[in-house]
Design a protein around this ligand. Sequence first.
Ligand SMILES: [Mg+2]
Length: 237
Amino acid sequence: MLQLSLGKSEIGLVFLDTNLQEEQMTYTKTLSFDMDGTITDLSFAESVWLEGIPRLYALKKGLTFKEARKHVKDEYDKVGREQLEWYDLTYWCKKFGLEFSPKELLISFENRIKVFPEVKDVLEEYRNKGYRLIIVSNARREFVNLQLERTEIEHYFERVFSSTSDFNLTKKTVKVYQQVSKIINVSPSEMIHVGDDLLFDFIIPRKLGIKSFYLDRTGEKSGESIIHNLKELIVTL
Ligand SMILES: [Mg+2]
């Protein structure tokens, strides 16, 4: 990895560097990203949950879209985002008695999948610095994969984890990050995680000793380890 990122003339310089040991150590670092709200904006997920499902439910029950949306939202809230069901289209399909293929529903909104403007530059920069890039998302595998495919950023990531599909857990528990650290064979102290959820992406990974950044894209909060877009990682790391 070290050699691949350097031109031929630079390799010689690095071998003369007395800090080589230290340089190599930095290359074991892993930079982990949340997906929705961090890499991709929320319009795709919100379209599926707050437009697609309510529309189908309205049709099924003869309700207005507004009525259906309220009902659906109330039901989501009863479950809550810390439960596995929250993320599971098949569960909601059964719950609301809807006959559709989750895959078709996702594909019907794929044109709304968008990465935030700075994402590619930041991924490119950290990949060139030799960081291993991974994703640790609560979203189910089908959401994550489709978003990665449509935005053509999949190749940046060495591993992509869906906590709900892969571990049957949400990121409310340190177990997710423990599993990830074990699988990629990197200690939590060599990991950095960034995401837009205060609990899932900041409080929980920090409990395990993962250096974490809370991404507040609204710009309302500020402080140590709080960033407002991914470009700011360059300044704080
Ligand atoms: Mg998120």
